[in-house]
Design a protein around this ligand. Structure first.
Ligand SMILES: Cc1cc2nc3c(=O)[nH]c(=O)nc-3n(C[C@H](O)[C@H](O)[C@H](O)COP(=O)(O)O)c2cc1C
Length: 188
């Protein structure tokens, strides 16, 4: 199959959409993020890249803590709003009901079905962003999105982001079992 070189600016797709909660300058703040990934299983670590201008990044640097709230499609508008304005100009937490877990500085949006408390352990300076490496301390979930105690994506109804078309998408059809459907290609 022929291939065309389309440059070097690449967006991993799709990306999860989360709302990052911090305590910045002593007050709760929330922002939307998509540049994040799991990087270690046990103990669980993730990495998230935040622009150096983000008020949220300031909060993580102040307290070393943050939370990820996972919205369902019902909170898509809220999640988009949290990514449109900066917390040092607008009080985005004003009308948000906050769930507080065990960490002091990791506010979770109560309306979001899943909340993940994180403790930052390392910060890597990138040219314009901070890459925060963080250990997951606790995961909280609303009972209605669980099946046998585990998060069920069908019940959670998450959405994902694609760039550069800047679109949100619901999950599509389940196409098979991971670590399984490829077995058909294993040679005896
Ligand atoms: C869907 C979406 C995803 C975003 N992902 C990120 C991200 O991963 N990192 C980042 O620094 N900004 C990201 N942003 C931009 C911030 O959310 C936005 O600049 C926000 O206003 C920052 O808020 P704050 O200054 O209160 O922290 C995203 C925005 C949207 C709408």
């Amino acid at each position: 199959m022929a291939k065309k070189n389309i440059g070097k600016h690449f967006d991993i797709y799709p990306m999860p959409v989360v709302i990052v909660g911090t305590i910045t300058d002593g007050k709760p703040n929330f922002m939307t993020a998509a540049w994040l990934t799991k990087i270690h299983s046990d103990p669980p670590f993730l990495a998230i890249s935040l622009g150096e201008r983000q008020y949220t990044a300031k909060g993580i640097r102040q307290t070393g803590e943050f939370a990820l709230s996972y919205p369902s499609i019902d909170q898509a508008e809220l999640a988009d709003y949290m990514g449109l304005v900066h917390g040092d100009r607008v009080d985005k937490a004003k009308d948000i009901e906050i769930f507080k877990g065990s960490l002091e500085s990791a506010p979770i949006v109560r309306a979001c079905p899943v909340g993940v408390e994180c403790r930052a352990t390392q910060t890597i300076d990138l040219p314009h962003d901070y890459l925060f490496i963080a250990e997951v301390v606790n995961v909280y979930a609303t009972e209605s999105v669980l099946t046998e105690g585990k998060i069920d994506p069908v019940k959670l109804r998450p959405f994902v982001l694609t760039m550069p078309d800047n679109s949100y998408w619901a999950l599509g059809d389940r196409i098979g079992s991971a670590w399984d459907i490829g077995r058909a290609l294993i040679k005896p």
